[in-house]
Design a protein around this ligand. Structure first.
Ligand SMILES: [Mg+2]
Length: 176
C-alpha cells in the first residue's frame, strides 16, 4: 500500500495488501459464497467522466478522482440489495488504492451493502482483466467462493467465464 489513506476510510477500515491489490474488509475477513460486482459502469454511473479518457493522453488520475460524484446505477443497486444476506458482496474494481476513501464514502452515501472492496495497488498498470483474474484466484485462496459476477467490460466477462465464474454482462457503453 502506498500513499497516505486519509478521511473516514482510514478510521473505520483497515486495508490489507494481497498480491498487487489492496483489500478492505468492511467488518473483518470472512469466507463463503460471494457475488462480485464491478463499480464503474455497473454500480457507479461513470458516464459524465468518460471524456477524461478520450484523446491521446487519458487522464486516469482525474477520472478516478471524479468518481465520488457518480450517480448510482439504480437497477444493479436494487438487485444487490435483494441478494441473500448469506452471500458475501465483493466489489472488485480497477480503481487504484488512492481512490479508496472516496469510494468508501460514496458507498456509504448510497447505503450500499458490501463486505470486501478489492482495488489496484498504486502503480499497477496491468490490463484490468489480469488484475481481476489474479483477484479471483486470491479470493478462492482466501476461502471466498465467487458464484456470480457483474461486469461491463467484455474482456473481463470472458476472463471470469474462463475462470469458471458465470458473469452477467451489464452494458455501460464505455467499451463499445
Ligand atoms: Mg467497469
Amino acid at each position: 500500500m502506498e500513499g497516505p489513506l486519509t478521511g473516514e476510510g482510514r478510521a473505520e477500515h483497515q486495508g490489507q495488501v494481497v498480491g498487487q491489490a489492496l483489500w478492505t474488509w468492511r467488518a473483518g475477513p470472512a469466507g463463503g459464497p460471494a457475488t462480485v460486482f464491478d463499480l464503474d459502469g455497473v454500480l457507479s454511473d461513470a458516464a459524465s467522466r468518460q471524456y477524461l479518457l478520450r484523446g491521446p493522453r487519458p487522464d486516469w488520475d482525474a477520472f478516478f478522482a471524479a468518481s465520488g460524484e457518480d450517480p448510482l446505477i439504480e437497477e444493479v443497486s436494487v438487485l444487490l440489495g435483494l441478494l441473500s444476506s448469506e452471500l458475501k458482496v465483493v466489489l472488485l474494481t480497477a480503481r487504484p488504492a488512492q481512490a479508496r476513501d472516496l469510494t468508501i464514502a460514496w458507498l456509504g452515501r448510497h447505503d450500499l451493502r458490501w463486505d470486501l472492496l478489492v482495488m489496484r495497488s498504486h502503480g499497477d498498470r496491468r490490463p484490468a482483466r489480469q488484475f481481476k483474474q489474479e483477484a479471483v484466484r486470491a479470493l478462492r485462496a482466501h476461502g471466498v467462493d465467487p458464484r456470480l459476477c457483474f461486469e461491463d467490460d467484455l474482456r473481463n466477462v470472458e476472463m471470469f467465464r474462463r475462470e469458471g465464474v458465470p458473469c452477467v454482462y451489464v452494458h455501460s457503453g464505455y467499451y463499445d
